[in-house]
Design a protein around this ligand. Structure first.
Ligand SMILES: Nc1ncnc2c1ncn2[C@@H]1O[C@H](COP(=O)(O)OP(=O)(O)OP(=O)(O)O)[C@@H](O)[C@H]1O
Ligand SMILES: O=C(O)c1ccc[n+]([C@@H]2O[C@H](COP(=O)([O-])O)[C@@H](O)[C@H]2O)c1
Length: 264
């Protein structure tokens, strides 16, 4: 696509970030490299959106701490930011609504003159399929970056978990926005897409990024190590390790307080 303008992309990652790990940050770098390598896209921003306290997942520490740790983790990045909107909502917000919110924010940044008045309540052709979002007030804004949801393969595979995601939300995410999915050990996103009619239909909007440096870094592992007073250094950015030791552990959450070696 030399000489032609690339499509601007904003990557949005939703999750607990309990706490944010180096792998969360690496996920953004991998996704940006992958998309830009195609020659079609220019990734202009990455957004981390920690889930709110209403998610009520076992062991989830307060959103203010997860938010602060994500802020510390990204303070040296010139393109990844943390957004607090989702984490400040009193009730849990479905991911599709979070994606819509961020799309509206991006669209609002555009000049009103750029509004393409074709509403998504009208039939539109996407990937040669007629697609329609009944009742959605979304408008396609010319010049607005494309917003893609960034996730690990476990989240993609959770689409198949009965009664977890609404089918219409999955449709909207993969047809209108697009998905960038980073492989995790034990996952097979290509096979998962092949076995899902919806995902297969919109497979061109799903970008699979292969993590060749296979690793098992997960927030679960970090929490387990903390419970056992083991070091989590180099699994998390140093600033986050310090925050864990100095702030979170003194706030009465489940994490233990006797981990002074984190400060070294
Ligand atoms: N090692 C990893 N490889 C690829 N994606 C990852 C990895 N760790 C986290 N992610 C992705 O980051 C996003 C946010 O994840 P989340 O906060 O749930 O992290 P997690 O490490 O999977 O947490 P937990 O272990 O608590 O379930 C999700 O899309 C998840 O798939
Ligand atoms: O929107 C949904 O229906 C939906 C169903 C299940 C999970 N999610 C989101 O997926 C993310 C999962 O995070 P975690 O830590 O539970 O792996 C989190 O951001 C949730 O809000 C979203």
């Amino acid at each position: 696509m030399e000489g032609q303008s690339r499509t601007k992309v904003v990557l949005l990652a939703c999750g607990s970030f309990n706490p944010v790990t180096n792998m969360h940050l690496r996920m953004f770098e991998l996704a940006r490299d992958h998309l830009e390598d195609t020659g079609q896209y220019r990734v202009v921003k990455g957004i981390i959106s920690p889930v709110g306290d209403g998610y009520k997942k076992k062991g989830l520490i307060e959103a203010c701490h997860r938010l602060e740790m994500a802020r510390l983790a990204t303070e040296n990045s010139d393109w990844i930011i943390v957004d607090s909107w989702e984490s400040l909502q009193p009730e849990w917000v479905e991911t599709n609504k979070v994606v819509r919110h961020h799309y509206d924010e991006l669209a609002a940044e555009q000049n009103d003159d750029d509004v393409d008045t074709v509403k998504y309540s009208k039939k539109r052709r996407i990937n040669k399929q007629v697609y329609c979002f009944e009742g959605s007030s979304h408008q396609k804004r010319r010049g607005c970056p494309q917003l893609m949801l960034l996730c690990g393969a476990d989240v993609l595979e959770s689409f198949g978990q009965p009664n977890l995601w609404k089918q219409e939300d999955i449709n909207e995410i993969v047809s209108f926005y697009g998905l960038v999915c980073v492989t995790r050990s034990g996952s097979d996103p290509h096979k998962f897409i092949q076995q899902s009619d919806t995902l297969w239909k919109y497979r061109r909007n799903i970008h699979i990024v292969h993590e060749w440096v296979t690793n098992e870094i997960s927030a679960t592992h970090v929490r387990r190590a903390l419970r056992r007073s083991q070091s989590v250094r180099y699994l998390l950015p140093d600033t986050v390790v310090h925050h864990q030791a100095e702030e979170v552990m003194g706030w009465g959450c489940e994490l233990k307080t006797n981990q002074t070696h984190f400060k070294n």
